[in-house]
Design a protein around this ligand. Structure first.
Ligand SMILES: [Zn+2]
Ligand SMILES: [Zn+2]
Length: 181
C-alpha cells in the first residue's frame, strides 16, 4: 500500500485499494494461527493530504472477518467497517534523533514515521483492522452456547440433560444455595 509523495499535495487525493489479506503481515500471522480468516479482500478508500509537515490519511476500511464463536464454536462471517485517521511524519535522521530533548517522539504523538519518497500505509491499516476485531467473538449477541455436559448446540434447541443445567449461568447459583446437585 505504497503511495508516492508526488501524489500527495495540499489538495486531498482519494485512493482506493483492494488488497488480499495475505499482503498484511500481521493479518497473515493471525490467519496462520487460526484466530481469524479473511475470505475476501481488504478494501479501503483513503484520502491523503499534506498538512505542513504531516501527511494526513483519513478514510474507511472494510473487509469480512471469519471468526469462531466464543460460546458455540461455530464459524461465522463478521463484516468489518472501520474509520481510519492516520498521520505520518518524516522519520528523523539517525544522527539527530538521540539525546535531543526537544525532539518530537513520533510514538508519543501517535505519528507514524516514513522515510524516502513514499509512504507505506500497510502497517497503519492492518493495525486498524486488528483493533476493529471483537475481543470476544459471538455469532450473535444472544448465542446460547454449547451444553457443558453433552456438547449439544443450544441454539438448535435444548438437549436431554437435566433441565436446571440448561437454564443459564444463574441456575448454577440457585443450585449452590440448595446444595445441589
Ligand atoms: Zn455462537
Ligand atoms: Zn446437554
Amino acid at each position: 500500500m505504497k503511495v508516492s509523495l508526488r501524489e500527495i499535495g495540499e489538495v486531498k487525493t482519494t485512493i482506493e485499494f483492494e488488497i488480499p489479506a495475505e499482503r498484511f503481515p500481521v493479518l497473515r500471522e493471525m490467519a496462520l494461527r487460526g484466530e481469524v480468516a479473511f475470505p475476501g479482500t481488504i478494501a479501503s478508500r483513503l484520502t491523503l493530504q499534506r498538512v505542513s509537515d504531516l501527511i494526513e490519511v483519513e478514510g474507511t476500511i472494510s473487509c469480512t472477518a471469519r471468526l469462531s464463536c466464543a460460546r458455540c464454536l461455530a464459524e461465522f462471517d463478521l463484516p468489518i467497517a472501520t474509520a481510519v485517521r492516520l498521520a505520518y511524519t518524516r522519520a528523523l535522521p539517525e544522527a539527530q534523533a538521540p539525546g535531543d530533548a526537544e525532539a518530537v517522539d513520533p510514538e508519543v504523538l501517535d505519528l507514524l514515521p516514513f522515510s524516502g519518497e513514499e509512504i507505506d500505509l500497510t502497517e497503519g491499516v492492518q493495525e486498524e483492522i486488528v483493533l476493529a476485531l471483537p475481543l470476544r467473538a459471538l455469532c450473535r449477541e444472544d448465542c446460547r452456547g454449547l451444553c457443558p455436559r453433552c456438547g449439544a448446540d443450544w441454539n438448535r434447541g435444548p438437549c436431554t440433560c437435566p433441565q436446571q443445567e440448561q437454564a443459564g449461568p444463574f441456575a448454577a447459583l440457585r443450585n449452590l444455595k440448595i446444595g445441589a446437585p
